[in-house]
Design a protein around this ligand. Structure first.
Ligand SMILES: [Zn+2]
Length: 430
């Protein structure tokens, strides 16, 4: 078993990768050069949610010293505030996935950060952050990431801000602000005053086209953070009446009908433009969300309705990892993506892939997306973890005689690179 594991790991670790989902666009530019150190490295990541969950109430000015050395407190006060809670989340994957990356990038170990060596460790991290500001392309080369699909949340005119990097980037865009108040509907209505649904739809179509003209390769829906992702198919006339009365003052059920209508509109626009739609399902980042809203099987009627929509189903739908896989099994147009999942739970990632490998065609599984904001260094750590877990799982499957070594390696190459490269219609060189 150990010999198989090492042979598989040796093959996987240097493999090319498509980063299927990323937010850390500032890492590719020099526009954002805020240094980070040990306490901020943790508080800028997903583990911040676990620190809050453990009871940390972070003063809003705790990290002001990073940009303004005149601020009192400094790293000492920050680590004194964060450390007791960091100690309480040492068990969670949000915390643990960062460790291997911290060791490789900064030469800092878990033992260092919880000892009197923490200040030296913090200084090393800070120095790294200063030396490598804007060097996202170099880090991608180190990760052997050939292309990154970026969800920058920028307006069409601002997408070029990510462009000063030789690393290949594809953008996906969000238009959730045309759909729901929690994503900015009120201010988008001010920006595009519309007296009728027709006028609103032409504004929506215009924004969609502006994104295409700016070069986006697909769209992303994050509505699972804000409402249940079950979408009906209301008639346009009914929605037009609701809109004309005033969408912001409509009843909750009328608003939901409008949102359903807009989501279907987005699907149709994606199909017509021949671009994919990435859909968040499963656990939401942060605290206080409604997990049940994000159940992947709630998308069933949407998928039945839009059979030509190319779907990238995110985060393995965790905790509904098996059900999300079955959505990719049922629907020829749906692909299952394990992005971010290995940073949430190493065990869940392994179990998800065990289940998907046994149920989903191997061309329809995507292994990894860093999904970090704002630090690409977190994605570096995440990728190390994902490859190690995949190597463990594939070694187990070969050992159990589920399939042979060669198929295990082909599968790894496909899920890490070739499948997303084909999905995004990349040339074979990338
Ligand atoms: Zn994301």
């Amino acid at each position: 078993m150990d010999a198989i594991r090492s042979r598989i790991a040796e093959a996987i670790m240097p493999m090319r990768v498509v980063n299927t989902h990323e937010h850390a666009w500032q890492s590719f530019t020099t526009a954002w050069a805020v240094p980070f150190d040990l306490p901020s490295f943790f508080c800028l990541g997903y583990v911040a949610a676990d620190l809050s969950s453990a009871g940390l109430q972070r003063p809003p000015d705790l990290f002001d010293y990073l940009v303004n050395p005149a601020c009192t407190g400094g790293p000492e006060q920050a680590w004194e505030t964060v450390r007791p809670f960091a100690e309480m989340v040492r068990n969670t994957t949000y915390f643990r996935y960062l460790l291997a990356g911290m060791q490789e990038l900064f030469g800092v170990s878990e033992a260092d950060i919880f000892s009197d060596r923490w200040q030296t460790a913090s200084a090393k991290i800070r120095q790294f952050s200063i030396d490598t500001a804007g060097c996202g392309a170099d880090l991608c080369r180190r990760m052997n990431v050939t292309i990154t699909i970026i969800d920058s949340k920028l307006a069409p005119k601002d997408l070029a801000r990510t462009a000063n990097s030789e690393h290949r980037i594809l953008h996906v865009a969000r238009v959730d602000d045309f759909i729901i108040e929690a994503r900015g509907l009120a201010s988008t209505l001010e920006q595009y005053p519309a007296r009728s649904l027709d006028e609103w739809l032409s504004a929506f179509d215009q924004r969609f086209q502006e994104y295409l003209n700016a070069g986006v390769a697909g769209f992303k829906s994050g509505l699972a953070y804000n409402r249940p992702i079950e979408y009906g198919d209301p008639a346009e006339g009914r929605v037009a009446t609701i809109f004309r009365k005033g969408i912001l003052t409509a009843s909750p059920s009328e608003k939901a009908m409008f949102q359903d209508f807009m989501m279907n509109r987005l699907c149709r626009k994606c199909i017509a433009a021949e671009v994919p739609l990435q859909i968040h399902t499963g656990i939401q980042a942060g605290n206080w969300s409604t997990l049940e809203d994000a159940r992947p099987t709630a998308l069933t009627s949407l998928f039945q309705r839009h059979r030509d929509l190319r779907v990238d189903l995110f985060h393995g739908g965790y905790p509904w990892i098996v059900q999300a896989g079955i959505m990719a099994k049922y629907f020829p147009n749906v692909h299952i993506n394990g992005c971010w999942l290995n940073s949430i739970s190493a065990c869940a990632y392994k179990e998800a892939f065990r289940s998907w490998i046994q149920t989903v065609p191997l061309s329809k599984i995507f292994a990894w997306g860093g999904d970090s904001f704002p630090l690409l260094e977190h994605s570096y750590a995440s990728l190390l973890g994902a490859k190690r877990i995949l190597a463990d799982l594939l070694a187990e499957l070969v050992h159990e005689d589920y399939f042979d070594f060669d198929l295990a390696i082909e599968l790894a190459r496909r899920v890490l690179h070739d499948n997303p490269a084909a999905f995004w219609r990349l040339k074979s060189s990338s």
